[in-house]
Design a protein around this ligand. Structure first.
Ligand SMILES: *[C@@H]1O[C@H](CO)[C@@H](O)[C@H](O)[C@H]1NC(C)=O
Ligand SMILES: *[C@@H]1O[C@H](CO)[C@@H](O)[C@H](O)[C@H]1NC(C)=O
Ligand SMILES: *[C@@H]1O[C@H](CO)[C@@H](O)[C@H](O)[C@H]1NC(C)=O
Ligand SMILES: *[C@@H]1O[C@H](CO)[C@@H](O)[C@H](O)[C@H]1NC(C)=O
Length: 431
């Protein structure tokens, strides 16, 4: 009898305090979108009470999560503005305390702190209310299917304005910033779901199939039950001082992901470039970053010119066709027949931190199909801008798995997954 009462008491306690389920990882769907003039990759989270799906443009190096709270469309019984003097403000706000006159409503409350929000497609920047609300994501249960929704209460984000959404598709409500820094999604998801601060991105090449972002540690499973993390090679992730080169703020660093590219080869032949431009200097100039906002890789002009020249030389036996902007080097698709790794273009190697580590780029990632008959070299001239030597754009990372390991500060990369008979479109979100 006594034992029965104890048991009853224990089950009573369990009902009152459900043990929070700690997922092994999270998965976010990533959909390529070309409905606007800017190619972008859209993800979906669930937020608020009651939970609603929220579509966001993925900004790999973006500083934070922000959603549009304008138009009085944000309804939630769990919305909490961050009030000045609170722990949330002192931890996450760069300062600034404001009042607002059209509210109270989400995004407009008195005595709240703010943070900068950015649309890096159009380069819009503003300061908006910092807030907290319930967040839910699908869990990664170690299979190639998305698992149940898991929630994190009081998840920190910024409440933006619809006007800053310019350039995004109509159904997009904000930006998902996966950059470094305290307000970046990696740091917040890692804290909110008690997961290692690592994530892996796999962009699909088509608007008709869905790619995946795995948050947390491997395995990163694809159909039929294969862990694609086994193909990762690694190079260090570098911290670039000063988010604006030459402008010194205390403790300021770039939220983007930077790697050391030391050399570029085409068909195994070294392209003569000034490697200094690809090295981050003390003032924060130079270097190579990875971006999902740039659809194609951008190179500083001297690097671009040398690269273009070397590529043309490798394909000198093939006639070029009229170029299609923003590209300058185009061929008839008949001259570059499809192979397992995409159009049969010369392979490009990015030599990384150590001479034995390189990232090989095949035709699938180097060439862009601009029409039924024309393929163009998918790299663009960045002009005489020494702020960034090279931005590796989204087209070049499609169907590659990239792991951003912020525990060990390293980037894992697989090169083209077609070589492993798989792609980024093999994760099942429908369950
Ligand atoms: C903020 O305070 C001012 C002055 O007391 C008041 O006029 C305004 O309505 C308040 N705004 C909100 C959003 O509560
Ligand atoms: C993972 O979740 C999916 C969808 O809920 C389910 O079909 C599958 O059986 C789960 N797998 C494991 C290993 O728990
Ligand atoms: C896109 O990827 C799929 C595999 O997911 C492949 O079959 C297809 O050829 C690719 N399309 C282009 C245009 O590269
Ligand atoms: C390489 O680039 C750096 C940085 O812009 C410049 O200072 C240097 O003169 C360049 N070297 C050559 C050989 O052009």
């Amino acid at each position: 009898m006594a034992a029965y009462i104890v048991l009853l008491f224990i089950s009573f306690l369990l009902v009152l305090n459900p043990v929070p389920v700690k997922p092994n990882g999270l998965v976010l769907p990533i959909q390529k979108d070309q409905s606007t003039k800017y190619t972008q990759y859209i993800t979906r989270i669930y937020q608020r009470t009651p939970l609603v799906p929220v579509k966001l443009t993925l900004d790999l190096g973006g500083e934070n999560l922000w959603v549009d709270c304008d138009q009085r469309l944000y309804y939630s019984s769990s919305y909490k503005a961050a009030h000045c003097g609170s722990k949330v403000c002192s931890t996450y706000s760069g300062g600034g305390c404001r009042d607002c006159y059209v509210g109270p409503q989400p995004g407009c409350n008195n005595n709240t702190c703010t943070t900068a929000i950015r649309n890096r497609i159009t380069d819009h920047l503003t300061g908006e209310e910092l807030a907290q609300d319930l967040l839910a994501l699908q869990s990664n249960n170690g299979s190639s299917k998305a698992g149940h929704l898991v929630t994190s209460a009081g998840f920190v984000f910024a409440c933006g304005e619809a006007s800053i959404l310019e350039g995004t598709p109509e159904n997009v409500n904000g930006f998902a910033g996966f950059g470094r820094g305290k307000l970046g999604l990696p740091s917040l998801l890692s804290k909110g779901f008690r997961l290692p601060n690592k994530f892996a991105l796999c962009l699909s090449n088509s608007t008709r199939s869905t790619g995946v972002l795995y948050f947390g540690d491997k395995p990163y499973m694809t159909n039929p039950n294969r862990d694609i993390s086994v193909y990762l090679l690694y190079t260090p992730l570098l911290i670039k001082p000063f988010s604006i080169p030459g402008v010194h703020f205390k403790d300021d660093f770039s939220s983007d992901y930077w790697i050391q590219v030391k050399s570029i080869k085409i068909s195994g032949k070294e392209v003569p470039i000034n490697a200094t431009l690809l090295t981050i200097d003390k003032e924060g100039y130079g270097g190579t970053k990875i971006s999902t906002i740039h659809p194609y890789t951008v190179m500083e002009t001297s690097i671009y010119r040398a690269f273009k020249k070397a590529f043309i030389k490798e394909l000198a036996h093939i006639p070029r066709v009229k170029a299609v902007a923003p590209f300058e080097v185009c061929y008839s698709s008949k001259s570059l027949p499809y192979t397992q790794v995409g159009p049969s273009a010369p392979f490009i190697d990015l030599g990384l931190h150590h001479e034995s580590v390189w990232w090989r780029i095949y035709g699938e990632n180097s060439m862009v199909k601009v029409s039924k008959d024309v393929l163009c070299l998918g790299f663009v001239d960045g002009g005489e801008n020494r702020e960034v030597g090279m931005v590796i754009g989204a087209h070049q990372i499609q169907n590659n798995l990239l792991q951003f390991d912020l525990e060990s500060n390293r980037l894992g990369f697989t090169s083209l997954l077609f070589l492993q008979q798989t792609s980024c479109a093999n994760f099942n979100f429908k369950g």
